[in-house]
Design a binder for this molecule. Structure first.
Ligand SMILES: C[S@@+](CC[C@H](N)C(=O)[O-])C[C@H]1O[C@@H](n2cnc3c(N)ncnc32)[C@H](O)[C@@H]1O
Ligand code: SF4
Length: 361
C-alpha cells in the first residue's frame, strides 16, 4: 500500500535580478527559457502528481516574475491537485506584485503569500541588489489585504553588511507596523557561489549577530508573535502548515529544477542544471536511500526545530523502537525536556549542540 503524500513543493527557477547573497537555483528571467521550463514541468507534474495535496508551496526563485500568462498556465497545471488543499502558498517579490497577479492567485485559490522584504532600509536593500524599496513592500501588503489575502508571511534578514543595531531596530519597528501574521527570520549566510561569496564579504562579528537575534526574538515575542520554529514567528494559529510538514518529517514531493523531496526512506534533490533538466528525463543530483538510523535521527532533528517537539509515542510506533532507551544521552542534555509525551528542545540557539547528543557513535 502506498501512503498519500500530503505536501507538494514546486520551484520556479527565475528571478528578475540576482541578489548578492543568494545561491538558490535560479536564472535571470527570460521569456523563452521560461516557456521551455513550463513545457518540461508539465510533463514532470503529469508523471509525478498522483494525490490531492493538503499543502502546496510555489517557491523560488521568484514565482511572481513569470508573465501573467505563464503564471496562469503554471497554476492551471496544478489545479487538478488542489481539491483538498488547505494551505496554498506562493512566494512573491514586492516589485512584481500587482492587481493582475493577485487576481490570478485568487482565481486559483492561493490563500497564503510569502513576500521577500529582508530590510526596511532602502540603502541596505540596494546593497543586497534587491529591486524594491520599503515603500513597494507597504503598497504590496496593502493591496494583498485589500484583496482579502491577509495570510501573509514576510522574510527578514539580519547580520547584513552595513546593518547596525539602530538600522535593525528601525526595520523591526517597520515590520511590526505591517501587521502580518507570520515572519521568517534569516541570519545572512555567505554562500561561496553568491556575489558576496565571490567578493570575499565576511559575516558580522558573532557577538553582534547574537545580540541582533536576541533583540528580534524578544521584540517579536513582546508584540504577540510566537517563536514556534528556529527561524519562524507567527501570530496564534498562523504556523506555516506546509513547513510544519517538513518539521514533522512528513513525506513531500518536490518538483522542478533544484527542488528536494522525501518519500519514505528516499530523499532526493533535483538537478540545478537547466540543460540537463530541459533535455532529459527526470534527473536527480542527490538520490539517497536513508538507513533506518538516518531516518530516526533526521526525524528527531527536524521535530526539535519547533516548540511543539517530537511525539514520542508516535516515533516509537513508526520505527518500532523505544526512544527513551535508545537516545538516553540526548535525553540527559540539559536543554531537552519531556512534556505531555513530547520531546522538546528548550534552547533553539543551541539546537545543533543538543543534536550531537542524539548522534550514535
Ligand atoms: C530563496 S528566497 C525566495 C523568495 C523570494 N525570491 C525572495 O527573494 O524573497 C527565500 C528567502 O531566503 C532568504 N535567503 C536567501 N539566501 C539567503 C542567504 N544567503 N542567507 C540568509 N537568507 C537567505 C531570503 O530571506 C529570501 O527571502
Ligand atoms: S533572494 Fe529571492 S529574488 Fe533574490 S536571488 Fe534569491 S530567490 Fe531570487
Amino acid at each position: 500500500m502506498t501512503t498519500r503524500i500530503k505536501h507538494l513543493y514546486i520551484h520556479v527557477p527565475f528571478c528578475n535580478t540576482i541578489c548578492f547573497y543568494c545561491d538558490f537555483a535560479h536564472r535571470v528571467y527570460d521569456f523563452s527559457l521560461a516557456e521551455k521550463w513550463l513545457e518540461r514541468l508539465k510533463k514532470e507534474i503529469n508523471d509525478n502528481c498522483k494525490d490531492q495535496y493538503e499543502t502546496i508551496y510555489i517557491g523560488g526563485g521568484t514565482p511572481s516574475c513569470l508573465s501573467d500568462e505563464q503564471l496562469e498556465r503554471l497554476l492551471n497545471m496544478i489545479d487538478p491537485y488542489t481539491e483538498e488543499v488547505k494551505e496554498y502558498t506562493i512566494e512573491v517579490n514586492p516589485e512584481s506584485l500587482d492587481q493582475d497577479k493577485i487576481d490570478i492567485f485568487k482565481k486559483h485559490h492561493i490563500n497564503r503569500i510569502s513576500i521577500g522584504v529582508q530590510s526596511s532600509d532602502d540603502e541596505i536593500l540596494r546593497s543586497l541588489n534587491r529591486r524594491h524599496s520599503f515603500s513597494d513592500v507597504k503598497k504590496g501588503i496593502e493591496l494583498l489585504k485589500k484583496n482579502g489575502l491577509d495570510n501573509i508571511s514576510v522574510d527578514l534578514m539580519y547580520s547584513l553588511p552595513g546593518q547596525d543595531m539602530d538600522i535593525l531596530r528601525r526595520t523591526v519597528e517597520d515590520i511590526l507596523e505591517l501587521d502580518v501574521p507570520h515572519i521568517s527570520l534569516y541570519s545572512l549566510t555567505i554562500e561561496e557561489n553568491s556575489v558576496f561569496g565571490k567578493r570575499g564579504i565576511s559575516n558580522l562579528d558573532e557577538d553582534i549577530e547574537a545580540d541582533m537575534y536576541e533583540y528580534i526574538d524578544k521584540t517579536l515575542r513582546e508584540n504577540g508573535y510566537i517563536h514556534y520554529e528556529v527561524s519562524n514567528f507567527c501570530k496564534d494559529g498562523y504556523e506555516s502548515r506546509h513547513n510544519m510538514g517538513y518539521w514533522l518529517y512528513d513525506d513531500f514531493l518536490g518538483l522542478s529544477i533544484g527542488a528536494s523531496g522525501k518519500i519514505g526512506n528516499n530523499r532526493y534533490t533535483n538537478t540545478r542544471d537547466f540543460n540537463r533538466y530541459l533535455n532529459n528525463e527526470y534527473i536527480r543530483d542527490e538520490d539517497l536511500e536513508l538507513s533506518l538510523e538516518d531516518q530516526k535521527f533526521e526525524n528527531i532533528m527536524m521535530s526539535l526545530r519547533t516548540i511543539y517537539g517530537l511525539d514520542i509515542e508516535e516515533f516509537n510506533r513508526k520505527y518500532d523502537c523505544d526512544l527513551e532507551k535508545e537516545y538516553s544521552k540526548g535525553l540527559n542534555n540539559r536543554y531537552i525536556k519531556i512534556e505531555n509525551g513530547y520531546l522538546i528542545c528548550s534552547n533553539f540557539e543551541l539546537l545543533n549542540n543538543v543534536l550531537l547528543d542524539f548522534m550514535k557513535d
